[in-house]
Design a protein around this ligand. Structure first.
Ligand SMILES: [Zn+2]
Length: 488
C-alpha cells in the first residue's frame, strides 16, 4: 500500500486542514447532516479523504462520541477499502454526459443496500456538461431522504450557480510549509524513516501545498534516498531560467520535457520556479539577495504572471506540461511581436508623411528638422520604446523620462530631464544595448549622446495604471519615483 493511502486521515481529527475539520465537526455535532456538500479546493488537499470520513460518520454502526467513526464495523471497513456498495465514487471527468447523470438519477431513487444512507461522491464536479449539471440540479432540488451528495471540485466557479446555492460549501486550501512538515513527521515517525529536518522542509517547499504530493515525494525519497531530493535542487531550473533569459524557446521547452521525463510533476516544477521568481522580485525591491542576473523587476513580473496563469490552467489541460510550454512560447515570442510591429510601423511611416520626420525610402534615414518638438516623430519614438522593452525594461523606463532632441544620421541626441537618469543612460552597458536596438529600428548604426534638458511641466509616464507621475517637484521625490520604476 502506498504511504499516502496508508496514512490517509481516518477521522476528522486527523484531517490536515484544521478549519475543515472544525466546520465538519460543527455540522456533524448539530445532528442534521445536509443532503449536499461542495468540497472546493486545489488538488491533493484532502477533499476525497474528507468525503470518505464524512461517509463513515454518516453510516458507521458504532459511531463514537463527537462523531468519531469506529473504523471496525462493516460499513467503516468497506468504506476505507473502497468496496462499500452504498458509497459511490464517481469521476465527473469521465462521466460528464447527460446519460451518466440520468443513470445516476434513477439509481438515486433506490434505497441503500445495507447502509443508512447512500453517499454519492462526485469528483471534479465542474467537468459535468451543462445538460448533465441541470439534470443533477433536479436531483439536488428534491433529494430522497436516503441520499447524501458530496461534490468535489478544483474549480467551484465553473459550477452552475444553482448547484452551488444548494450545497453546503467547504473550502480546502493549500497547506502551509509548517502544516506539510507536521503531516510528514507523522508518517516519518511511524515508518521510522531517517530524514533530516532540512530535507523535510525541502519536500514541503516543493510539494506546492498539497499533502498528497508531499507524501509521494517522501515515499520516493524513502525508496531512492537523499539522491532523489537532488532533483529538486533546481539545477534543471537553472538551465530553464537561462533559456528564458536568452528567449531560447526550444531550449526552455527541452528543459521542461527533461523534468517531465525525470518524473518531476509540473506542479512541483512551477512551484519551485514561482518561488525563485518570488524571491527575485523581493530582492529587486530590496528584500533579500536572490536576484536573477539577466531578469529585471519588470521581466520577473511578466514571467510570474505568465507562469501563474499556466498554473491555473493545469487542471483543465489534457497534457500536463502544455500550459507551461505555452507560457514559454508567449514569453519568447515577445521579441518577434515587437519586430513585426516595428516592420508595420516602418511601412506606415514610409507611406504617410509624418510632420516632423521625413524618411527617405532609399535608406530609411531621418532628415531632421531643427525643431524641439520631436526630432524622431512619436511613432518612431514609441517603436524604439517598445523595441527596447523586451531587451531591457529599465532602459525603456529611462527613455520615458527623456526625449530625442537631435539626429544627424549618425548621432541621436537625447534630452534627459534628470541628471540621475542621464548618468544611468550614459553607463557603457546601457548605452551599448540602446545603440544596438536603435540601430535596428533606424536601420543604421547610431551613436547616442545625452544632454540635460529642462523637463516638460508634467511628464506622465505612460505605462501601467499605477505608475508614478514625474513632476518638477523636489529632487528626492523624483529619485523616489525613479527608484520605484527602476529599482536601486
Ligand atoms: Zn464504524
Amino acid at each position: 500500500m502506498t504511504l499516502y493511502l496508508k496514512y490517509r486521515s481516518k477521522n476528522l481529527d486527523e484531517l490536515d486542514l484544521p478549519e475543515v475539520a472544525e466546520s465538519l465537526k460543527k455540522i456533524v455535532n448539530s445532528g442534521s447532516i445536509p443532503h449536499a456538500f461542495l468540497f472546493a479546493g486545489p488538488k491533493g488537499t484532502g477533499k476525497t479523504s474528507a468525503a470518505r470520513i464524512l461517509a463513515k460518520i454518516i453510516n458507521c454502526e458504532k459511531l463514537g462520541k463527537g462523531g468519531v467513526p469506529c473504523d471496525k464495523c462493516e460499513q467503516c471497513v468497506s468504506i476505507t477499502k473502497g468496496t462499500n456498495l452504498d458509497v459511490i465514487e464517481m469521476d465527473a471527468a469521465s462521466h460528464r454526459g447527460i446519460d451518466d447523470v440520468r443513470t445516476l438519477r434513477d439509481a438515486v431513487k433506490l434505497s441503500p443496500t445495507k447502509a443508512k444512507k447512500k453517499i454519492y461522491i462526485i469528483d471534479e464536479a465542474h467537468m459535468l456538461t451543462t445538460e448533465a449539471s441541470n439534470a443533477l440540479l433536479k436531483t439536488l432540488e428534491e433529494p430522497p431522504d436516503h441520499v447524501v451528495f458530496i461534490l468535489a471540485t478544483t474549480n467551484p466557479e465553473k459550477l452552475i450557480d444553482t448547484i452551488r446555492s444548494r450545497t453546503t460549501f467547504i473550502t480546502f486550501r493549500k497547506a502551509s510549509i509548517g502544516e506539510i512538515v507536521n503531516a510528514l513527521k507523522r508518517v516519518v515517525s511511524s515508518e521510522k524513516i531517517k530524514i533530516k529536518e532540512e530535507s523535510l522542509l525541502r519536500i514541503a517547499e516543493v510539494s506546492g501545498g498539497a499533502f498528497r504530493d508531499a507524501i509521494k515525494i517522501l515515499e520516493q525519497f524513502n525508496a531512492e534516498g537523499e539522491i532523489y531530493l537532488d532533483k529538486f535542487k533546481c539545477s534543471e531550473l537553472t538551465s530553464f531560467i537561462e533559456a528564458l533569459i536568452k528567449k531560447d524557446e526550444k531550449g526552455a521547452i527541452n528543459e521542461i520535457e527533461k523534468n517531465v521525463e525525470l518524473g518531476i510533476s509540473i506542479e512541483v516544477f512551477l512551484q519551485v520556479l514561482l518561488t525563485l521568481f518570488h524571491k527575485a522580485i523581493l530582492s529587486e525591491v530590496g528584500v533579500g539577495e536572490n536576484k536573477i542576473e539577466g531578469l529585471d523587476k519588470k521581466d520577473l513580473v511578466i514571467l510570474t504572471d505568465l507562469f501563474t496563469e499556466a498554473n491555473k490552467s493545469l487542471v483543465d489541460s489534457p497534457i500536463e506540461q502544455l500550459p507551461v510550454e505555452i507560457a514559454v512560447i508567449k514569453w519568447c515570442g515577445e521579441d518577434k511581436n515587437v519586430e513585426s510591429r516595428n516592420l508595420n510601423l516602418k511601412k506606415d511611416n514610409e507611406v504617410k508623411e509624418a510632420p516632423d520626420v521625413v524618411i527617405s525610402t532609399q535608406d530609411s534615414k531621418f532628415q531632421v528638422p531643427d525643431s524641439n518638438i520631436g526630432i524622431v516623430n512619436d511613432d518612431i519614438w514609441k517603436t524604439i520604446l517598445s523595441a527596447i522593452h523586451p531587451v531591457n525594461a529599465s532602459i525603456e523606463g529611462l527613455l520615458r523620462a527623456s526625449r530625442p532632441v537631435g539626429y544627424d544620421g549618425k548621432t541621436l541626441t537625447l534630452g534627459v530631464f534628470y541628471k540621475f537618469h542621464k548618468e544611468r543612460l550614459e553607463d557603457a552597458n546601457h548605452r551599448k544595448i540602446l545603440e544596438d536596438v536603435i540601430e535596428k529600428v533606424l536601420n543604421c548604426p547610431t551613436r547616442i549622446v545625452c544632454t540635460l534638458v529642462a523637463p516638460p511641466p508634467k511628464v506622465i509616464i505612460e505605462e501601467a495604471k499605477t505608475e508614478p507621475v514625474l513632476t518638477e517637484s523636489s529632487e528626492p521625490d523624483i529619485i523616489k519615483a525613479a527608484e520605484e520604476i527602476f529599482g536601486n
